[in-house]
Design a binder for this molecule. Structure first.
Ligand SMILES: NC(=O)c1ccc[n+]([C@@H]2O[C@H](COP(=O)([O-])OP(=O)(O)OC[C@H]3O[C@@H](n4cnc5c(N)ncnc54)[C@H](O)[C@@H]3O)[C@@H](O)[C@H]2O)c1
Length: 254
């Protein structure tokens, strides 16, 4: 049998939310996917599809990251794209003066170093022509939420520029998607909140996981072959500015 030439994608944080939608999106393009998550059972749900394999991955543990990348290459024979969605800001007090060194360390480990580690492990195994797509947040672009999470996500903006320039000559592109509010389980403890936030978005709704998955798949596709080092807000227009709110507050129809 001739080995498959369809691209192989390693998706971190694949078990839930944006990562899960991303696995499905890549499968719709016929890519083969290693769905990696600290919640192995959730990743295994996806592996009923024969083009998806599940793996345990804790991005805060260097040995786990190295093992996961090795497993991807062992199982599929190659690695074309790395998509880093694992992240979050659970369990941190909202106010700066209440946030401890431990909060800063924990969120930086998960949201910044976790991504650094995955990239460092993956790049030596990646094929030229491959792409890395990261998930940041509008929190990394302006004041939307808690400082430790936002600062870690802001770090991804510069990391993307640095690595876009550094890895370009190796034929590897690096880009970042910065989502606004997306309907996932992270909002489960605040029922109704995501839809209340729709007013902040010029396009009049919050995002769905598929909105982000579509952008990640585009950035890894040949259609994006001359795009690297950029941050793409996928946020219903929120980072364009508050003009729509002025119109609303003044009672004028747009
Ligand atoms: N939901 C939003 O409103 C929103 C907005 C902007 C950015 N984001 C970002 O999008 C990404 C995905 O968020 P989501 O809303 O889908 O959350 P989610 O909790 O539904 O999914 C996150 C996934 O990451 C996994 N994960 C957590 N820690 C991990 C670790 N140490 N190692 C490996 N996997 C780990 C979880 O098990 C889960 O499957 C995150 O980076 C988040 O910061 C989310």
């Amino acid at each position: 049998m001739t080995p498959s030439t369809s691209p192989v994608v390693l998706v971190t944080g694949a078990g839930h939310g944006i990562g899960r939608a991303t696995v499905r999106k890549f499968r719709a393009t016929d890519a083969r996917v290693l769905a990696a998550d600290v919640d192995l059972a959730a990743a295994q749900d996806l592996a009923t599809d024969p083009g998806v394999r599940a793996a345990h991955l804790d991005v805060t543990d260097p040995a786990s990251v190295d093992a996961c990348v090795a497993e991807c290459v062992d199982r599929f024979g190659r690695l074309d794209h790395l998509v880093c969605t694992a992240g979050g800001d659970k369990g941190t007090p909202p106010d700066f003066l209440d946030q401890t060194d431990d909060d800063w360390r924990r969120l930086t480990e998960l949201n910044l170093y976790g991504v650094v580690r995955c990239i460092r492990a993956a790049v030596p195994r990646m094929s030229a022509g491959g792409a890395i797509a990261l998930v940041g947040s509008v929190n990394g672009l302006a004041a939307w939420g808690g400082a430790p999470y936002s600062a870690a996500k802001a770090g991804l903006v510069n990391l993307t520029q640095q690595l876009g320039a550094e890895l370009g000559p190796r034929g590897i592109r690096v880009n970042l998607v910065a989502p606004g509010t997306v309907r996932t389980r992270v909002w489960d403890d605040q029922p109704g909140r995501p839809d209340q936030m729709a007013v902040l978005y010029p396009l009049g709704r919050i995002g769905e996981p598929e909105d982000i998955a579509n952008a990640l798949a585009f950035l890894c596709s040949p259609d994006a072959s001359w795009i690297t080092g950029v941050t793409l807000p996928v946020d219903g227009g929120a980072s364009a500015g508050p003009r729509h709110l002025f119109t609303r507050l003044s009672g004028r129809t747009p």
